[in-house]
Design a protein around this ligand. Structure first.
Ligand SMILES: C[S@@+](CC[C@H](N)C(=O)[O-])C[C@H]1O[C@@H](n2cnc3c(N)ncnc32)[C@H](O)[C@@H]1O
Length: 352
């Protein structure tokens, strides 16, 4: 399916800068591999490393710091993290005001966006630059386009080719029933997973909530450009304000690693409340620490610290199956796409 939102046909300078970021990643692949091989040859699966995660990360990090390959990897990674958002903003602004104005033709259409200013943003979201996004999810008037169309499609997809949209479509198809009438997506952001859901369940009425105004504005334009009738709300997933038993499927894609476990519990309880009896939940997120060996956990934890993911450790350590059972979902199980542990997908049903 071709998304009909205008393509970011970048000008020469912006395109070259974005390409450079992708090439930089691929060009330093061997150095990252070497850094990783040295660490694995020193620690194996990490069985002898401390159980305490802070101590473990410190020990691995101190050893890795002595390796020239690690120093290059960290310097390149840090430069990339600090600059990718700024470079994407520059590339967008280089397209000019007319391009930005063009996007507004999709403000009106079959989808709608409700700004609910009564809902306060949770403390863990406020002021955090998740993924080292410059200024946070609302850090630019067109951050939705910048993140969804430039960073995601022209950087992330180049670095991990062919994956990001396909993965979302495949995850959407893992929900237990063939069709759903009403779906609530939590953490809609710019609508990447929403599109996957719309393709998998063409007859479903899709409702989305997110905290980011800029991301939702872009999701609205994506919905309108593609003639979807999405109902989008700027509301927290913890308190969506919808009636009990409203949706056949409640779902999310990589929302949960951006919050503490207490918030995940509230979101699962809210998902249970608004799911119809006999309806399903499907929540997908990052790989659980329980699925990784001790060294992998230490490396993932260190990457999360540098990668602007303050809740990754807490969230990835949580047993999402147990949390879903605690709020009442039954037949809860964890799965993935069969191509590796990412994404970790938890599926359950609200008893009839
Ligand atoms: C990594 S993005 C999700 C991406 C999106 N689902 C996709 O498939 O690309 C996480 C999103 O969750 C939103 N978010 C974080 N905490 C939230 C909460 N408590 N309620 C609603 N949305 C939240 C953020 O604003 C952000 O847009």
């Amino acid at each position: 399916m071709k998304n009909k939102i205008p393509v970011a046909d970048l000008n020469q300078r912006g395109r070259a800068s974005i390409d450079f970021l992708g090439h930089m990643f691929h060009g330093t692949q061997k150095i990252r591999e070497a850094a990783s091989e040295y660490v694995v040859s020193e620690f194996g699966e990490g069985k002898d490393l401390p159980d305490d995660l802070d101590q473990r990360v410190k020990q691995v990090s101190e050893y890795a710091s002595q390796l020239p390959a690690t120093r290059v990897r960290r310097t390149v990674g840090e430069w990339h993290a600090q600059n990718h958002g700024l470079i994407a903003i520059d590339a967008f602004e280089e397209l000019g005001e007319d391009f930005a104005k063009d996007l507004h033709q999709y403000d009106e259409g079959t989808s709608r966006l409700t700004h609910d200013d009564d809902y306060e943003n949770p403390y863990y979201w406020q002021g955090v630059e998740f993924h080292r996004t410059s200024g946070g999810w609302d850090g630019h008037d067109y951050m939705g386009f910048i993140h969804g169309e430039i960073v995601h499609k022209k950087m992330v997809d180049v670095i991990y080719p062919g994956g990001i949209f396909k993965q979302r479509c495949e995850v959407a198809k893992l929900a237990p029933q063939d069709q759903y009438e009403s779906i609530l997506e939590m953490g809609t952001s710019t609508g990447h997973f929403t599109l996957g859901l719309a393709l998998a369940y063409p007859d479903a009425k899709i409702t989305g909530v997110d905290l980011s105004t800029r991301a939702l504005e872009h999701a609205l334009r994506v919905g309108n450009a593609n003639n979807y009738s999405w109902d989008l709300y700027r509301r927290p997933a913890e308190t969506t304000g919808f009636d009990d038993n409203s949706f056949d499927l409640v779902t999310s894609y990589i929302l949960l690693h951006e919050m503490p476990v207490a918030a995940i519990k509230e979101i699962f309880a809210e998902a249970y409340r608004v799911t119809k009896p006999g309806g399903d939940m499907l929540m997908s997120d990052v790989v659980r620490y329980a699925e990784q060996n001790k060294l992998q956990v230490a490396l993932a934890d260190e990457d999360a610290i540098y990668g602007g993911e303050p809740y990754w450790r807490e969230s990835a350590s949580a047993d999402l199956v147990a949390l879903a059972q605690e709020v009442g979902f039954t037949n809860v199980r964890a799965t993935n796409l069969g191509t590796g542990p990412y994404p970790h997908v938890v599926i359950g049903t609200k008893p009839s």
